[in-house]
Design a binder for this molecule. Structure first.
Ligand code: FRU
Length: 331
């Protein structure tokens, strides 16, 4: 009996050591099956650190990630945590996840400053899949997300065409230290160089939030400066700006409003009503992230450092078809 209890205790210790995450250091190369994926019978752990779970885009993103992980519950254990938009909190969450020795860490960084904890996880031999936002480091396995520079370029071409190459654009910006913000701005400004008669006003960082963009736009409109277009780095801010415009008792014609994400029925409806002019789909990367995590568990790490998800423009003409083709839009 004593021997049996001792044996059980030894097995438990091995079980709790979380050997699933594989070896540390270079021989695992953050992608291979690792030395012990499930050799002790426990399923490999896949964890997800979400930047924030408050906005509509991320609610869709969280739900699809969870659903994809549930479908694969025979091959992985899944856990996730929301950092509430706070980089320090996200660093702590990741450090705590790492103690549990996951096989794969999925992270959507709040901003580039969470790279310290991500690099540490990678150095532990954990496969790191970045979702949507990037970091200023090569210490990750792959990044899955839309091509934000290309979205910025396409938005600029659309705006330039609508303005016939002449006018003033107010750009309402997302979180300054998040990579999509830099790219959505960079791609837009790059194309706008071809249109010297279009003036760009670089508006504030409104944190990708509707309310902040609304307040910013209210203050901006008090100046009485004429604008012909609002290019917002996401739909929530485009909606906020439009609401501020409508509340300001405008006398002249409304500017055109362009956003990014295309994940809400509310946005599609506003496009149909002519309250917004266009959005660019920014596909949520969670399901793909789980699919790649499962491949890593099987021993097939991704070959590419970037997996690009496609975009598409949504306008009045394509709004109904878009809703049909995207049944999971946030209501
Ligand atoms: C949500 C969000 C999206 C945006 C993405 C950029 O937090 O702001 O609206 O497309 O993050 O990282």
């Amino acid at each position: 009996m004593k021997f049996f209890i001792g044996l059980m205790a030894a097995l438990l210790i091995v079980g709790c050591s979380g050997g699933d995450s594989g070896s540390t250091g270079s021989d695992n190369a953050n992608g291979g099956a690792g030395k012990s994926a499930s050799s002790d019978g426990a399923k490999p752990l896949v964890v997800f650190s979400q930047a924030n779970s408050q906005d509509p885009w991320r609610k869709v993103f969280d739900a699809e990630t969870k659903a994809a992980a549930e479908k694969l519950s025979d091959v992985m254990q899944y856990d996730s945590q929301d950092a509430g938009g706070d980089p320090a909190k996200q660093n702590n969450i990741i450090d705590t996840f790492v103690v549990r020795k996951p096989k794969v860490l999925l992270v959507s960084p709040t901003e580039t400053s969470v790279q310290g904890s991500i690099e540490k996880a990678f150095d532990e031999g954990i496969s790191v899949i970045l979702l949507d936002r990037g970091i200023d480091s090569e210490k990750y396995t792959t990044l899955i997300g839309g091509d934000n520079t290309e979205i910025g370029r396409e938005a600029a071409e659309y705006v330039a065409k609508r303005l016939n190459g002449k006018g003033t654009v107010l750009m309402i910006q997302g979180i300054a230290q998040a990579t999509p913000t830099k790219d959505r701005k960079g791609g837009f400004l790059e194309v706008m160089k071809k249109y010297p008669d279009i003036k760009i006003i670089e508006g504030d960082d409104c944190g990708y939030q509707r309310q902040k963009a609304r307040s910013y736009m209210e203050t901006f409109l008090l100046k009485g400066e004429k604008i012909d277009c609002v290019y917002a780095h996401n739909d929530e801010m485009a909606i906020g700006a439009r609401l501020a415009w409508d509340a300001s008792n405008p006398s002249g014609p409304a500017p055109i409003f362009v956003g990014i994400d295309g994940c809400q029925q509310e946005v599609v409806d506003m496009i149909k009503e002519g309250k917004l002019d266009a959005t660019f789909k920014y596909p949520t990367p969670g399901a793909k992230g789980i699919e790649i995590a499962a491949e890593i568990i099987k021993g097939n790490p991704p070959k590419d450092k970037k997996i690009v998800l496609p975009t598409e423009i949504v306008t009045k003409e394509t709004a109904d078809a878009y809703t049909k083709a995207n049944p999971n839009l946030a209501k």
